[in-house]
Structure formats: C-alpha cells, structure tokens
Write a protein that binds this ligand. Structure first.
Ligand code: SF4
Length: 79
C-alpha cells in the first residue's frame, strides 16, 4: 500500500488555522497559536507523520490551504 509522509515546518507557522479546517485529524491549534501535527515525530527540526492513502486527500488539502506553504506531502516508496 502506498504511504505518504506529512512534513510540517512548525517554525514557519503563522497560526492561520487553515490546516485544521481542512484536516482536523492531522492538525490542531496549540496554546502558542501555532498548529500542531497530531501524532507526529520530530525529524531534523520538522514534524513528520506517516499516513495511509485514504488520508492523503485531506492532508493535501491542508498543505494547499496553508498560506505560507510549510506543509509538504511526500510519497513514500512501496515496500
Ligand atoms: S495553515 Fe499553515 S500557517 Fe496556518 S496554522 Fe496551519 S500550518 Fe500554520
């Protein structure tokens, strides 16, 4: 099954909240006014989360909606 990775550069977040509206399963607003990527791990300063293909569309919508384009969706190689 194809998997995708959400890569979120939290430092650049301006708190617009569009990602939460598009993909509430992935994003939520934190107390500091920035978005958190739920169930994510820190990877070289970015927050990352592996998702299934069924969750790809919502994540892509969140990435497209972010006004500062700090959410990337990377397709992972099939194993
Ligand atoms: S849409 Fe982008 S800038 Fe807005 S809260 Fe989400 S990650 Fe931050």
């Amino acid at each position: 099954m194809v998997k995708y990775k959400i890569v979120y550069d939290r430092n650049g977040c301006i708190g617009a909240g569009a990602c939460v509206g598009m993909s509430p399963n992935d994003f939520e607003m934190a107390n500091d006014g920035k978005a958190d990527l739920k169930q994510s791990q820190d990877e070289n300063g970015n927050f990352v989360k592996i998702i299934d293909e069924k969750d790809y569309k919502a994540a892509l919508d969140a990435a497209d909606a972010c006004p500062v384009a700090i959410i990337k969706i990377v397709k992972l190689e099939e194993k």
